[in-house]
Design a protein around this ligand. Sequence first.
Ligand SMILES: NC(=O)c1ccc[n+]([C@@H]2O[C@H](COP(=O)([O-])OP(=O)(O)OC[C@H]3O[C@@H](n4cnc5c(N)ncnc54)[C@H](OP(=O)(O)O)[C@@H]3O)[C@@H](O)[C@H]2O)c1
Length: 236
Amino acid sequence: MACKGHAIPGQSYYYGGYAEYLYVPNYRYLVKIDIDPIEAAPLTDAGLTSYSAVKKALPYLKPDSVVIVYGVGGLASYAIQFLKHLVPYVKIVAVSRSDSSLSGYGVRAHYAVHPSDAGKVIRDLNPDGAAVMLDFVGNEDSAKMIPLLEPGGAVILVGMEGKSYPIPVFETTVWQYVVIGSNYGSISEMEEMVKFVKEHGIRSYIEKVPLEEDAVNNALNRLAEGKILGRFVITP
Ligand SMILES: NC(=O)c1ccc[n+]([C@@H]2O[C@H](COP(=O)([O-])OP(=O)(O)OC[C@H]3O[C@@H](n4cnc5c(N)ncnc54)[C@H](OP(=O)(O)O)[C@@H]3O)[C@@H](O)[C@H]2O)c1
């Protein structure tokens, strides 16, 4: 999580992203699961990252707080479900550009709106603004939501789409906003999250793809075009 030497198979300096088996140097890196491994696969990244981000948001939330979930995709689909179970008393406003994102997962939030409508919806819910923004985009556009936070509000920054993240100096200073970076999660959070998913029936949006060249390439192309709802899981 915060280890400077961390490595991701298939993404860092070694291969193995599509391997059927993975060598781990110690059993303490293994997490017992009591769910279908295909359902569990996206939990290691999308599930854990969202869970850890939501946990970081909890100290800022109280009854009737407004939470912005910006950028509705694979990670947000978990975050919205975790919020609903962990803090059922908050109001979740999912913000995304496309109707398909908003109707695909956004319907699970209390409100699902386009970025241009977010200000009005949030101020109608609480004139002071939102307590937290879970930012699953992290670019110049999502940073424009920061002034919609209430005094003392927090941004949990997860998405890494932009080169920069312009923080409004006046509002951030005067209203004492907090920006917290969030990277994956810890092993103990993984254990906690896997149990939580089982206990609360958290849903994974999954498409299965066989481990065959054409099928995988086709799925990767559809992923690049934004046509996969949730995650595809390669099934050997
Ligand atoms: N910090 C970490 O540990 C960590 C771990 C995993 C992933 N991530 C990052 O978290 C982010 C979200 O991951 P994800 O898997 O949920 O992605 P995803 O499935 O592609 O969903 C992101 C959604 O954000 C919306 N969006 C709004 N503005 C966007 C923009 N400028 N560029 C791209 N998408 C935009 C898109 O929906 P609309 O088209 O409806 O706007 C998209 O569906 C990514 O940046 C990813 O790299 C971070």
